[in-house]
Design a binder for this molecule. Sequence first.
Ligand code: 26V
Length: 821
Amino acid sequence: SPNREHTRTGMSKEALKQAYIDNLFYIQGRFREVATSHDLYMAAAYTVRDRLLARWVKSAQAFKVNRARTVCYLSAEFLLGPHLANNLVNLGITKISQESAAELELDFAMILEEEEEPGLGNGGLGRLAACFMDSLATQCIPAIGYGIRYEFGIFDQTIENGWQVERSDTWLRNGNPWEIPRPKICFPIGFGGYTEQYRHADGSLRHRWLPSLEINGVAYDTPILGYGVGNVNLLRLWKAEAPQSFDFQAFNVGDYYGAVHAKIEAETISKVLYPNDEPEVGKELRLKQQFFFVSCSLQDMIRLHLNTVGSLDTFANKFVAQLNDTHPALAVAELMRLFIDEHGMAWEQAWTITRNTFCYTNHTLLPEALETWSVALFERLLPRHLEIIYLINQDFLNQVREKFPDDETRVIRMSLIAEGEQRRVRMANLAVVGSQAVNGVAALHSELVKTTLFNDFYDLWPEKFHNVTNGVSPRRFMVVSNPRLADLISHTCGHNDWIRDLSLLRHLEHHADDVELQQRWREVKIAAKQDFANWLQQQTGVVLDPQAMFDVQAKRLHEYKRQHLNILHIIRLYQRIQQNPNQEIVSRAFIFGGKAAPGYYLAKLIIKLINAVAEVVNHDPLVNGRIRVAFMPDFNVKNGQRLYPAADLSEQISLAGKEASGTGNMKFSLNGALTIGTLDGANVEIREEVGAENFFLFGMTAAEVTAKQREGYRPWELYHADPELKADIDLINSGHFSRGDMVLFRPLTDHLINHDPFMVLADYRAYLECQAQVSTAWSDAANWDRMSILNVARMGKFSSDRAIVEYAKNIWNVPPVTVER
Ligand code: 26V
């Protein structure tokens, strides 16, 4: 009936309320009086989902009519964060939903709080993929995100006795209202077995792969709506399942338990996200995961193309596939296999189309993070792909020899295979050779990609290399997470167009000196700090004073990010107080957040040290609350959204040349925090944009780091030469923070004194001096507020919308297709 249609898609308050009550009843089987908070959340989610689906159908139709080129974003991780609040913003119904909830006597905030986030990523790389999905839809670019539907995402972190404890993330426990299972969109994925040549029915001699094991990949779709547009894109995640035939085969020979075991084995492929960021172990499953999602996605793309076009010749006109790091780099070999073995295409044509299809983004220069797979493992799991990689390599190395005759060391460096006692496949080289464009994620990083990591490739194909500086979604990281600030900005600008065009924040510059704005700006910040402090107290018992400077470092725990440099500064302040308790000092709350890879011992020890220092500092009567230290547990997207609005100072203190971009740096600054940072990753560009006078810079440059490493770095000399540095490290070793335990932190302190691979000691002094300048600046509150306003005003570049438009124009060559709202 027309009435029913209206309830499912209508955007008026009345329609929303009716839809909500209907969904509560017909989907959850509840009425208002007996509904749990989870029921209430589910009803809200379904109410929003119906409205997404209406737009999704329209989008699919528009894309089909338009025969639009589609971006396929291949990523092993999508760190989405909660959907509900974001979708309300993008639909433009936050306010009337709030009113509807009030009229139904529902607690709106409680309903939002109820959502369990899909933590299908580790950190920056996965969250970038999620911001890009938001911006692709907002920029009206047809796109499919392809990835893995992990049953267990990144582990939940708790802190026990100061140590990190991991608990499995059971995000699907209560069901996921945002996904739609597509049991009919299902592809077979092979593993193992052997290859052979055979005579095809058409008379040609062909290769085929006869896997020893076959499993299925089933699609689960999540609609991704853009902000203020009708466009909905698709996030298609694959779940591994055993084929039906599986148990029957074994059943016939009577091995029922064996069959069940095989089924479980097949389903482990999409069971759990690897909390990577740690030197890889137990690799086989990881390689299986990569091949699994890549093969499902490519088979799906081929199916979609053949559905509409009927010939694969134009495949690269229909699709461009972005490789998010090397995790999906197997796609290069798999697309070749599908074209040649399955579809009978000639090698030359297959190679041309393959290269025209793929682009590759590099996200790290750290040598230990570069993926390689042993040839032996490859051969056992993916024998046909290894053959194809050898063939690609042959042609490629001949091309190198042609351009650089008599340079066999160059050939050895560039080969897709690393020779040695254990031969290995270099996934990054495969990605570069198989792609038409390669990019880094910040200007400095992209330069280093050309001059260091891929220098040989740059010599060969200089035009292949690009930069696209990362960005973040202003919807999620401003409008959703910081509504007070968003309202104040809109009020000051007189419009909210900045949400779709972040460069319009520039208008705030005119008001930076406006005392009244400064006052309100400060009130918004204090309110966010109070909210955060309330949450933190409830989580940890630690009490923070919202008047203190909130000095925040939140990111994965890693030596290169140098959380321990931050701790040394805290210990220095602590010792100064001990020596001179009555000095005037700026009150600071030091807040840390972040997960350590479960097998990364030193990172976990750094968490323990933070908590140990917190324990002592927070209870010291001489300190008397003037400095506080807190470790917020379980830093994820949801908790990040609580934190970013509350920060005054953002710590971006990685060793120069190590952080590819960073995106937390952008989230903090867009919420009015000032940055203390090194010239690393996107910090360089943030400083350029906001102005050197509004950025607290310290530390060596990337070039100085390289020079120092070349001349020989001797951290023990620094330790002995700087009495304060020595006193800080010695205090840790004395057992002062560990109830007299003098060995607990020795692995960390010994490593710093004797090796210090990320040059903490070399930047220590500069960091302390810079922090002193921060304190001085904080003491002039009006000027701090002014700098904070200017920061936000000048951060427009760091929207993921800008990044996506650059990809679309410079790399993908895709035009937008606008879907009617
Ligand atoms: C992986 C590993 C594995 C081996 C041990 C060390 C290590 C260190 C880092 C990683 C992660 C590599 C990929 C990654 O997540 N990169 C991040 O990508 C973000 C989005 O481009 C960027 O902002 C971060 O700077 C970059 O670290």
